[in-house]
Design a protein around this ligand. Structure first.
Ligand SMILES: [Zn+2]
Length: 235
């Protein structure tokens, strides 16, 4: 009596054991998948910190913003458009000195190195003699609380400038400096390539409706509101 009963019990517990083991295996697999996902996310955050310049890079990584910087653009933008942009920015001594001044104020290579920014525009010419060919350079004064690798409050300030001068000035660009070398440690993260616009740079361009200019130690980089580099010139 006892033996068959015991056998029966063993048999009946068989499937339930294996079901349980399957559950445990599935649960382990799920945990492994979770760990892999965490590793992948950590890796991507690390990549964002490494390859995008500004600290705000992490902001666009998590929501999967498609405005990812691209270093390569079609050849056509590098010809006629770029010749025109280059002549406007570097051939015009007023714009050139505005960008050079921003770089100087950034104090590259010192303990006080920090980003500087502003807006470049042109007085709207309605045919009045006093309106003829006047370049406007509005410089942003960064608050003392601004981290050296960002321009805290810049976008709001720029929107205000554009709105309040809309009848008299046509702004064509916003500009800012990237005064840290790739690989520099700033506020606990590693700086990316200074000649690549960050996701945040692209979103500032999109918000303002203006092309952006990066002034780095070696280059002037012009990018559009998607973060695509339109032109890049040696300074
Ligand atoms: Zn930037």
């Amino acid at each position: 009596m006892n033996r068959p009963a015991a056998k029966e019990k063993t048999r009946s517990s068989g499937p339930s054991m294996s079901y349980l083991q399957t559950r445990i295996r599935a649960s382990r697999l799920l945990n492994a998948a979770r760990i892999l996902a965490i590793i992948e996310l950590t890796h991507r955050l690390h990549q964002a910190y490494r390859f995008a310049y500004d600290k705000q890079a992490a902001d666009w990584l998590l929501p999967q913003n498609p405005a990812q910087p691209q270093t390569g653009t079609g050849g056509h933008t590098q010809t006629s458009d770029c010749a025109h942009i280059r002549a406007n920015l570097l051939g015009d001594p007023r714009n050139r000195s505005a960008l050079n001044d921003a770089w100087t104020r950034s104090q590259f290579g010192t303990n006080s190195a920090h980003e500087e920014g502003g807006l470049l525009g042109q007085v709207i010419d309605e045919g009045q003699p006093y309106q003829k060919d006047i370049v406007i350079n509005q410089t942003y004064t960064t608050p003392s609380t601004s981290p050296p690798i960002s321009l805290q409050g810049f976008t709001n300030w720029a929107q205000g400038q554009i709105a309040s001068n809309s009848n008299t000035v046509a702004f064509g660009y916003w500009y800012h400096t990237h005064p840290f070398n790739q690989g520099a440690h700033v506020l606990g993260f590693v700086v990316g390539n200074p000649n690549v616009p960050s996701g945040n740079d692209a979103s500032v361009s999109a918000t303002l409706g203006l092309r952006g200019i990066i002034v780095s130690r070696t280059r002037i980089v012009v990018f559009d509101s998607s973060g695509n580099i339109q032109c890049s010139f040696r300074r």
